[in-house]
Design a protein around this ligand. Structure first.
Ligand code: DOR
Length: 448
């Protein structure tokens, strides 16, 4: 079979895992990165020779990043395909520049045993357009009573374990999960929320909750669980990963625990980095998310956390719901917002605003999350799988939910003017998404 060789010429490569930022040509063949050099132009004819032709994309300074890695996605399979399925969810990922996503196990049934995990794996292999890793449940039925068979699920390919969507309320069970995760060499992902403090709350407790007369969720609902889990991680020596942190107090505790040598990593979402509880005033249920959006102090502390390295990854927490479910009154609508198709433009906009550097933004979306989960992706060195995204950093992006590949529309960025558009996504050397603007910079060199 003739192989397709690709040359991305004149790219601005940002590959924090390899310590590269600069103008590069990138040659891809057989699904892998074959060469990365300041210029491969003199070799073009030779490269198109006995290897079967060469497609050259002259990127004229567009950026190339390693394919983005999202360690917190809800693909809703099995059982809730009316919200999202493997085709729509992974296409949304590809459109957003992601080549690897980890899917959360709060499905129907939940991924709490090997049979469910294997059946999901089979469907992923048949339907997904990007790489999908599976996170298994911590507890059977996510009921928080008994541990799920973590060792067997790990053996069957689970990357990590979490009861995400719900906390593990029983501290003894959480400790047992951490000990097991430590012995299996994988993180336990904590959804930090004390239900006794949430008590039916809808938005963050504060000015907005008072104005809307809605039950508020205090920051302490997250923070007491962060504190508890840090204590357990210290005692067990296990790797604790904290999902979707949302308060200034949580960031501060992680910082201190890190300094004391606790094995903790943490992620933050694009919505908690950019929005505050005021978004609920404009977007209603489409800004109802768990944990709830906080105040400006929380947002600023999270921004400081990504700058100074306290937080390791930006994760979308893509949580699709059917439009009819989100059309319910805010007290009844489910928690969750989508993010796969907006995460990169949101982060590029923060870069444009001077909130963080381009290198750090790319790190938080590629090698940072890959390291958290022990994945081998997230860099573009010679020999690595050719997973990459081409980005036009200056292109304006107006968020139009009607154009999303996701089935869901619960997006708190709708109508916003962002900048930084992903225009081509390559997974294992195969183009899984291409914007029309890329056609004009393509050229075919025939085999001699
Ligand atoms: O807002 C959320 N939605 N937070 C979660 O933790 C779960 C998620 C979901 O599954 O919808």
């Amino acid at each position: 079979m003739q192989t397709v060789n690709l040359l991305f010429a004149n790219a601005w490569l940002v590959d924090p895992g390899a310590g590269v930022q600069g103008r590069r040509d990138i040659l891809v063949s057989g699904g892998r990165v074959r060469a990365v050099a300041p210029s491969l132009a003199p070799f073009r004819q030779w490269l198109s020779g006995d290897r079967g032709g060469l497609r050259v994309y002259d990127l004229a300074g567009r950026c190339v990043f390693p394919g983005l890695v999202d360690i917190h996605t809800h693909l809703r399979v099995p059982g809730q395909e009316h919200k999202e399925d493997l085709v729509s969810g992974t296409q949304a990922a590809a459109w957003g520049g992601f080549t690897t996503v980890l899917t959360m196990p709060n499905t129907r049934p939940c991924v709490d045993r090997v049979s469910v995990l294997r059946a999901l794996r089979k469907r992923i292999d048949q339907e997904a357009v990007v790489r999908v890793g599976i996170i298994g449940c911590v507890s059977r039925g996510q009921a928080g009573k008994r541990l799920a068979p973590l060792a067997e699920m790990r053996e069957a390919g689970a990357v990590a374990f979490s009861d995400d969507g719900r906390p593990v309320k029983d501290a003894g069970l959480m400790k047992a999960a951490l000990e097991t995760g430590r012995d299996l060499g994988c993180p336990i992902v904590a959804h930090c929320e004390d239900p006794d403090l949430v008590r039916g709350g809808v938005v963050r407790q504060g000015e907005v909750s008072r104005r809307l007369k809605l039950a508020g969720i205090p920051g302490s609902a997250e923070e007491v669980m962060v504190a508890r889990d840090l204590c357990l991680a210290r005692e067990t020596g296990a790797h604790l990963h904290l999902a979707h942190l949302s308060t200034a107090g949580s960031v501060e505790m992680v910082r201190i625990a890190r300094e004391q040598g606790v094995r903790v990593t943490a992620e933050v979402t694009p919505h908690h980095l950019t929005l505050t509880d005021e978004a609920v005033l404009g977007f209603g249920s489409n800004a109802k998310v768990n944990p709830p959006l906080g105040g400006p102090k929380d947002r600023d502390a999270l921004r400081q956390g990504i700058r100074d390295g306290t937080l390791d990854a930006v994760a979308s927490d893509h949580a699709p719901h059917h439009p009819d479910e989100k059309a319910l009154p805010i007290t009844e609508a489910p928690f969750g917002v989508i993010g796969l198709e907006t995460t990169l433009p949101v982060m590029m906009t923060l870069v444009a605003q001077g909130v963080l550097s381009l290198t750090r933004a790319v790190e938080l979306l590629s090698v940072g999350p890959a390291r958290v989960m022990g994945l081998s992706c997230g860099t573009l060195r010679e020999g690595d799988a050719a997973d990459l995204v081409v980005v036009e950093p200056e292109s304006p992006v107006v968020v139009d939910v009607r154009r999303f590949r996701s089935k869901a529309r619960n997006c708190p960025f709708r109508g916003m003017k962002l900048r930084g558009r992903p225009v081509l996504t390559l997974k294992a050397g195969i183009v899984v998404r291409k914007h029309r603007s890329m056609d004009e910079c393509a050229e075919e060199l025939q085999a001699r």
